[in-house]
Ligand binder design. Structure first.
Ligand SMILES: Nc1ncnc2c1ncn2[C@@H]1O[C@H](COP(=O)(O)OP(=O)(O)O)[C@@H](O)[C@H]1O
Ligand SMILES: [Mg+2]
Length: 260
């Protein structure tokens, strides 16, 4: 059984059909890089998977449990959607940290809201808070920022802020971590540190979908490439297949001159 099964996802905005039947499976620990020109629907796909958009058609299944079916969309409560969303973490191009909180608080805020809900004992709350804080510190170590726990976002470089955003997404312990062009807003000299952090998550066995324009990263880190064009998966395969022997003429044209 696959960890994630996406079947025939469609999505239109007004008269424009942006996703025209996207389907793929993903195994635990797999890293998929999604590539494709601007406007091909990559962000919309990630937003559908993360329940920020409701697909018009199709289903999303995690660990064999169907968590979204377009046919039933009117039946999902907000609470259900929030719960289902917990399967996924999303890291945006713009890091979106809370400027008024320090790094540690940025990471612990959401897990505290979730895990302290319904806990009334003061001692128990203190224990949970300490646990969450320790987990956050360990995540900061993973992304190489142990010494920045008390810093504020404005005191960090863009690359450091993005690594905090990654730690923050991991703190909710999602099954699948999604990245939407995580380095596009960064100066070129800062992209390496963020890509290295993502690569190190792969060695920990994290399951990740990374939308990226960084072709070297896609080629070297991903287990599988999905090339999207005009709202469909034009081609998918191992990096070796897609980059060295693309089957589709469109893929070939894109790779010879990626139109960003
Ligand atoms: N909320 C929206 N309303 C209307 N059109 C949208 C919306 N979001 C995206 N689109 C359109 O969908 C298409 C695909 O966009 P997007 O998913 O952002 O592509 P990509 O991330 O591959 O650049 C674009 O033509 C874009 O203008
Ligand atoms: Mg996009």
């Amino acid at each position: 059984m696959s960890l994630l099964e996406i079947k025939n996802i469609t999505k239109s905005f007004g008269d424009t059909q942006v996703l025209r039947g996207i389907g793929f499976n993903m195994e635990k620990g797999e890293v998929i890089a999604v590539i494709g020109s601007s406007g091909s629907g990559k962000t919309t796909l990630l937003r559908c998977i993360n329940f920020l958009e409701q697909p018009d058609g199709g289903t999303i299944t995690v660990n064999g449990r169907e968590i979204y079916s377009a046919e039933k969309k009117k039946l999902y409560s907000d609470a259900e959607i929030r719960t289902n969303r917990l399967n996924f973490g999303l890291v945006f191009q713009s890091f979106n940290l809370f400027p008024q909180y320090n790094v540690l608080k940025n990471i612990t805020l959401a897990p505290e809201l979730m895990r302290l809900k319904g806990v009334s004992s003061g001692a128990e709350k203190k224990k949970i808070r300490r646990q969450i804080s320790n987990e956050a510190l360990s995540l900061l170590q993973t992304v190489g920022l142990s010494e920045k726990a008390q810093s504020y976002p404005c005191e960090l470089s863009g690359g450091q802020q993005q690594r905090v955003a990654i730690a923050r997404a991991l703190a909710m312990n999602p099954e699948i971590l999604c990245f939407d062009e995580p380095t596009s807003a960064l100066d070129p000299e800062l992209t390496g540190e963020v890509l290295r952090a993502i690569k190190s998550l792969k060695t920990q066995g994290r399951t990740m979908i990374v939308v990226t324009h960084e072709m070297d990263f896609a080629r070297n880190v991903a287990d599988r490439i999905i090339y999207m064009a005009d709202g469909v998966i034009e081609e998918t395969g191992t990096p070796e297949q897609v980059f060295s022997a693309p089957r589709s003429e469109k893929t070939r044209a894109f790779l010879s001159k990626p139109a960003l």
